[in-house]
Write a protein that binds this ligand. Structure first.
Ligand code: WT7
Length: 651
């Protein structure tokens, strides 16, 4: 915090920014003195149909209950409340379609749309607790669908629209969704890409095995022809759009499930991360208010994430809407029709807060500063970063070029599991350092510890260790859908004695005690801020009849943070062993998981490095992939294997 102001490379906030900021430095002290009272104060920003009688119940650890006895409606908080308080004409969404169409949606409009959808989903027979899968692009109806589910207590499960039919089916089955909401297609660089077709394929994927899905509700976005299954498929414009625009929101328990969101773990099976209501909305709205210094009257906020990821859930939908934000929602890619698109949008709407990922910042750097320099970006006053550590060079460029050399950058560390921002500078308080997430936000605590759970040394020297969260927080996950054993094993076993949550990340504390996140220490890769497990890619590869064995590692990549590098052993009956095979395997992974998971390189090798217990030594493969000297090979069964792998690599 302020102790870092004398750091040679620190950027303190300007006096003007600090003076006008939503919070002052005393907030850290106040939160530390009485954490529960602090969180109660944050929860009081929401509307509760019934107030809670206990802030936190941790007796069932590691499953927390926050705001026990409280009842609220999430959609009422995100929409109705603003209309009832006289802000119905305020713009909620400035939506930009990729082809250049746009829509302005006020809070009153949003209330009518969400109410219509809630009435129609009720008519379909869905009742609180039923799951709904949402497989949609960045259009307003996606947000309407999410809020309608929240309004009715139907946990939604968004599946990123770039995921394959197989991945979609896996998620539908795991959550036993009764309804899928989708679109005919989505715009992708000027072309309509089918999506309804992918749903059809997903529902047929297991041949005779029927899915739990009763209906598919389809929004018309691109206007292309789609196959239709009578009785199952329903057009949004013939159903939802015709429904009654008035709907009374019922209150649900603070711990009622709000959504399931699948994320990659260290096995091939994705984990359905479960989030509930009161604590989640409290922390997402609180962090949106303090981390971005959000002022609903004057700010125009833009988070560039996709709603299909947690950043979209927490910082496009729930946090900002609970705070009555006016925000930009953009459907397309940053370089369609050209690389000016984001800066034109910022100019058009006067965006003041811009939240994106380091991989995109590095892409903008590559395109050159003359592109943003051709635009008036002077409205920007806060910049955010999320998804991976931001390298200092990208940080400085971001601040200088996009933030006119003055906008504070908030480097926000959090996870699908944490639900909301945990570690970040506060823009009016913290003297930021390029590349550091700095300190936990007020109300949150974290520690950097060694193997035994001892706090790493502070003070004179920098020290590396594991990042742990040592106290429960309101927006924490409440479990893994259908697999509470895995929940305990994944997050709580590592430091079981201490009762700490292990985040899976390495971190260091610098001489001032400020925190730098170093990246994953498990077999999870971070590709352009997307989490992909090595096991998932390996299982897609061995799913191909030509592959006998596969090992996958993440190797550092200038633009995407990490790139996927695979080493495969082919089967005897592999018909092709050269580049055609490599191309086919890359395509297979993209098809089985998502184009994001397409390996950057695939090397056909005769053998893989294994320990005596048969474990693949990924550390050594990473050395090979990054062209480094090999680390310790003494535990290998056959150290000669690398000669062969290196030979394979140079093909
Ligand atoms: C993992 C979580 C949080 C929304 C987007 C990703 C990495 C995230 C940062 C940051 C360093 C970061 C971590 C984390 N990560 N933000 N500011 N600095 N690393 O959510 O898919 O759940 O991935 O992303 O490794 O564990 P996710």
């Amino acid at each position: 915090m302020t102790e870092t102001a004398d750091h040679p490379d620190a950027y303190p906030p300007s006096a003007e920014f600090a003076a006008a900021a939503n919070v002052d430095a005393g907030i850290y002290e106040r939160a530390a003195q009485d954490r529960e009272a602090f969180w109660a104060e944050q929860a009081d920003h929401l509307h509760w149909h019934e107030r809670w009688n206990q802030v936190l119940d941790w007796t069932d650890a590691p499953v927390a209950k926050w705001f026990v006895g409280g009842r609220l409606n999430i959609a009422y908080n995100c929409v109705d409340r603003h209309v009832l308080e006289g802000r119905g004409d305020k713009v909620a969404l400035h939506w930009e379609g990729e082809p250049g169409d746009s829509r302005t949606i006020t809070y009153s409009d949003l209330l009518a749309e969400v109410s219509r959808a809630a009435n129609y989903l009720t008519e379909l027979g869905l009742t609180a607790g039923d799951r709904v899968a949402i497989y949609m692009p960045m259009i307003p109806e996606t947000i309407v669908a999410m809020l309608a589910c929240a309004r009715l207590g139907l946990p939604h499960s968004l599946v990123f629209a770039g995921f394959s039919p197989t991945a979609l089916r896996q998620r539908i089955d795991d959550a036993e969704a009764r309804l899928v909401i989708t679109v005919d297609g989505q715009w992708r660089r000027g072309n309509p890409a089918p999506l309804k077709e992918a749903v059809d394929e997903a529902l047929l994927a297991k041949g005779d095995v029927p899915s739990s899905v009763e209906h598919v509700l389809v929004v018309r976005r691109v206007g292309t022809e789609v196959e239709w299954t009578e009785g199952r498929d329903l057009w949004w414009h013939e159903t939802v759009a015709q429904a009654d625009p008035v709907h009374e929101a019922q209150a649900f328990d603070a711990e009622h499930p709000l959504f399931i969101l699948y994320t990659s773990g260290t096995t091939g099976k994705p984990k359905g991360i479960l989030h509930t209501s009161g604590g989640y909305l409290t922390q997402t709205s609180y962090t949106h208010r303090v981390v971005f210094d959000h002022k609903p009257e004057t700010d125009v906020y833009w988070c560039t994430a996709d709603v299909g990821w947690v950043t979209g859930h927490s910082y496009i939908v729930y946090g900002p809407l609970a705070n009555g934000a006016t925000q930009v929602l953009y459907e397309g890619t940053p370089n369609f029709p050209d690389e000016h698109r984001h800066w034109q949008i910022i100019e058009k709407y006067g965006v003041t807060i811009y939240y994106t990922a380091p991989t995109l910042v590095r892409t903008f750097m590559k395109w050159g500063r003359q592109i943003p320099d051709a635009h008036d970006l002077s409205t920007i006053r806060v910049l955010g970063s999320v998804g991976e550590p931001i390298n200092p060079e990208a940080w400085r460029w971001y601040r200088d070029v996009i933030g006119s050399g003055t906008a504070p950058i908030v480097d926000t560390w959090w996870q699908t599991e944490t639900g909301a921002i945990m570690i970040s500078p506060l823009p009016g308080i913290t003297a930021t350092k390029p590349g550091a997430a700095m300190t936990p936000v007020p109300g949150v605590t974290a520690a950097v510890v060694d193997e035994e759970g001892k706090t790493v040394r502070r003070g004179e020297t920098e020290a590396n260790g594991y990042l742990v969260l040592d106290q429960p927080w309101p927006s924490m996950l409440r479990g893994i859908w259908g697999d509470m054993e895995r929940y305990r094993a994944t997050y709580w076993d590592r430091f079981r004695e201490q009762g700490w949550y292990f985040a899976g990340d390495g971190a260091k504390l610098d001489v001032n005690g400020d925190l730098w996140v170093l990246g994953r220490v498990d077999d999870v890769m971070n590709i352009s801020g997307h989490r992909i497990s090595t096991a998932e890619v390996e299982s897609a590869l061995v799913g191909h009849s030509g592959v006998a064995e596969a090992a996958v590692v993440g190797a550092s990549d200038e633009t995407t943070g990490q790139g996927i590098v695979a080493f495969v052993i082919l089967t005897a009956d592999a018909t092709d062993t050269g580049s055609a095979m490599v191309d086919e395997l890359k395509a297979e992974v993209a098809r089985a998981i998502s184009p994001i998971a397409r390996p950057r390189e695939i090397h056909v090798v005769p053998e893989l490095p294994k320990t005596r217990s048969g474990k693949i030594m990924r550390r050594l493969l990473r050395d090979v992939a990054e062209g480094r000297e090999l680390g310790d090979t003494s535990t290998l069964v056959d150290p000669q294997v690398f000669e062969a792998i290196r030979a394979g690599r140079s093909d």
